[in-house]
Design a protein around this ligand. Structure first.
Ligand code: ADP
Ligand code: MG
Length: 608
């Protein structure tokens, strides 16, 4: 393919460079600022970018706005689109995109054949770009302590860097199989309020070109590694699809490395230290991967599964791997072949959360003061009511597998001791142990629960898996024998009760744009704040820290963006993102996380 595309800039310009028949991505209007792309939409020559940068050197910062629009690079042919220019050196960074015609990349057409491949390819090029940016320190700011006000500022150039999961992201996207684009942010450099044209030239006219060449041209990529990335992701997606046909809700491959390097790192534990996963013989299944190979491991059947064992033996680690098994992982993560029902939801107690019009009556009724639990609302839920609301909301959004850890649960929602039943007559709570069977029989919802001490759960379990020094053992038969010998009197209900069905209406009137600075929080400030703000007042916003399956801040940003747009469709993690969103730092979430987030919004309009 060497030499392909050389000197064909004019051809591509005619074919792709704006004007009639251009792609949707070429018509993106910047929605988040007042700057709009030039109405003409036509591309300017690359030499124009260079002369523009020269001409604004030393001018007031606002002169950068002149760069808005598109520039056509030749050899390799790509369009640089300057979509947003910041107002000053301290404002949120400017946004640029590099858009390359698919033919120009030299990438094999078969990489376009499935969503999984397209997502994996975009994920790969984002990683290549991100690591080059880091290696060359392009992400560094110029701000120097000594320089003071007039010293150089800005200069940082970035792409939204991914973590361990392979997800659709707006950092790189394929548009209609015709173009592939990269989205960057850059803080346009200045000295005081003055444009640093030379530095801006280095960023936009030199570094961008190099990044584009290294990350989008097939001949420059590590082709074997790229191929491995695509095969791995496609295998994971295929494996996850196999679950249902095999009556499983999760699969953990033999050899998988589940523990992480530390509590603060998502990277795998050193393979010399970690005990690799090995399925008990009783639960071992062999599944076929899309690439034709087979993989053996532990299949967790539908129904009620207990994960038990002594403290510090790896129970929570296994459950955490399962809760992230809804995502595909990068090769080398250790959990590539750990897959879970794509609708699985981690449920936890989350006292203090806001609950709006949720039917929690399957678990809670007869609250003091006659509070309605078919339409339960509170600004400050308790451990048990928050956990009941989390279950109801998950089921409402289509969850078919509940993942629960005793460590992070409200005990009184999980079980109710025999003697307590005699002692306390007006207990409003029916615990999950009494409803789990009905939930499965009536609604096909499975439960995987980590239990250390609450032995009532042995009565209702279909499978009991014990972890002993990180090695799983199937102890179902032993558990059943013990239950026969020492029966417990857990009352099991035949009827689960009702599932909620709500409609969300988010009214952001009088609020500033929701924005996610970190994964666990979307800040939503009132439009006009009191002149004398009370510093003790908590930051107003939406707390997402109880949603354990959010893995990247970009997902919270997408939730904030969708809230803003009033669109609540979410973006399935298996599907690609909508290119009409202008930012390059958004990451796909499931509808389940989106509705979970909306459900926690205080003052949201919700109807049943
Ligand atoms: P539990 O929930 O049973 O109390 P955890 O899952 O929290 O136990 O694990 C306890 C510790 O053991 C953690 O530090 C974890 O990283 C480590 N660990 C878990 N699984 C393994 C494994 N397979 N190999 C080595 N260390 C592990
Ligand atoms: Mg634990």
């Amino acid at each position: 393919m060497a030499g392909r595309g050389r000197g064909r800039g004019a051809y591509y310009r005619a074919k792709y460079g704006g004007g009639r028949g251009s792609h949707r991505s070429d018509d993106v209007i910047d929605q988040s600022s007042n700057t709009q792309l030039p109405a003409s939409g036509g591309s300017r020559d690359w030499s124009r970018l260079e002369s523009d940068l020269r001409s604004i050197d030393g001018q007031q910062y606002g002169a950068y706005k002149r760069l808005l629009g598109k520039y056509q690079h030749e050899s390799p042919a790509f369009t640089l689109s300057v979509d947003h220019v910041q107002g000053d050196a301290f404002a949120s960074p400017s946004r640029v995109r590099a858009i390359m015609p698919w033919e120009q990349t030299g990438l094999p057409d078969e990489y376009l054949l499935s969503d999984a491949r397209r997502v994996a390819l975009c994920d790969f090029v984002t990683r290549v770009c991100a690591s080059m940016i880091r290696a060359k320190h392009l992400d560094r700011n110029n701000a120097s302590e000594k320089g003071g006000w007039s010293g150089p500022k800005g200069g940082a150039f970035n792409i939204n860097a991914p973590g361990q999961e392979v997800l659709p992201r707006t950092s790189a996207m394929i548009n209609g199989n015709k173009t592939i684009e990269l989205r960057f942010t850059t803080s346009l450099p200045a000295a005081g309020r003055t444009v640093l044209g030379q530095q801006a030239h280095q960023i936009l006219a030199v570094n961008v070109v190099e990044l584009v060449k290294q990350s989008l041209l097939y001949m420059n990529l590590d082709q074997a590694k790229l191929q491995q990335h695509l095969v791995s992701v496609e295998n994971q997606a295929g494996l996850r699809r196999e679950l249902a046909a095999n009556n499983l809700i999760a699969f953990v491959a033999n050899g998988a490395i589940l523990p992480r390097a530390s509590g603060a790192s998502a990277a795998p534990m050193e393979s010399t230290t970690a005990i690799r996963f090995q399925s008990p013989k009783e639960l071992e299944v062999k599944l076929q991967l899309p690439d034709g190979s087979n993989v053996s491991g532990m299949g967790i059947p539908r129904g009620i599964t207990l994960l038990t064992g002594g403290g510090f033996h790896g129970k929570s680690t296994l459950l955490e791997a399962l809760q992230l098994g809804i995502y595909n992982h990068i090769p080398g993560d250790g959990r590539e072949l750990v897959v879970t029902d794509p609708t699985a939801v981690k449920i936890r107690a989350e006292d203090g959360r806001s609950v709006a019009a949720v039917d929690i009556s399957p678990f809670i009724s007869d609250l003091p003061g006659g509070k309605d639990t078919k339409r339960f609302s509170t600004d400050d839920a308790s451990g048990s009511t928050s956990m009941a609301a989390n279950i109801s909301e998950a089921l409402e959004s289509g969850c078919k597998t509940l993942l629960i850890d005793e460590d992070s649960s409200a005990t009184n929602l999980l079980v109710r001791g025999q003697r307590m039943q005699l002692l306390i007559r007006h207990e409003p709570i029916t615990p999950l142990v009494s409803k789990a069977r009905a939930l499965f029989d009536q609604h096909g919802v499975s439960t995987v629960i980590v239990i250390g001490g609450l032995d009532d759960w042995l009565t209702v379990a279909d499978q009991v898996i014990a972890l002993e020094s990180y090695v799983p053992r199937d102890i179902t038969a032993e558990a059943k024998a013990i239950v026969r010998k020492f029966p417990s009197n857990v009352s099991e209900y035949a009827d689960y009760g009702s599932l909620p069905a709500r409609k969300f209406q988010v009214d952001l009137n009088g609020k500033r744009s929701p924005y996610a600075m970190r994964k666990g929080f979307i800040s939503i400030k009132p439009e006009a704040r009191n002149a004398v703000d009370d510093p003790s007042e908590a930051e107003p916003g939406l707390d997402l820290s109880g949603i354990d399956q959010l893995v990247e801040v970009g997902q919270s940003r997408l939730i904030a963006t969708l809230m803003q747009k009033g669109s609540f469709d979410g973006v399935d993690v298996e599907r690609v993102l909508d290119v009409s969103l202008p930012n390059g730092d958004l990451v796909a979430v499931r509808r389940l996380e989106l509705t979970a987030a909306l459900s926690r919004l205080r003052g949201v309009g919700i109807t049943q």
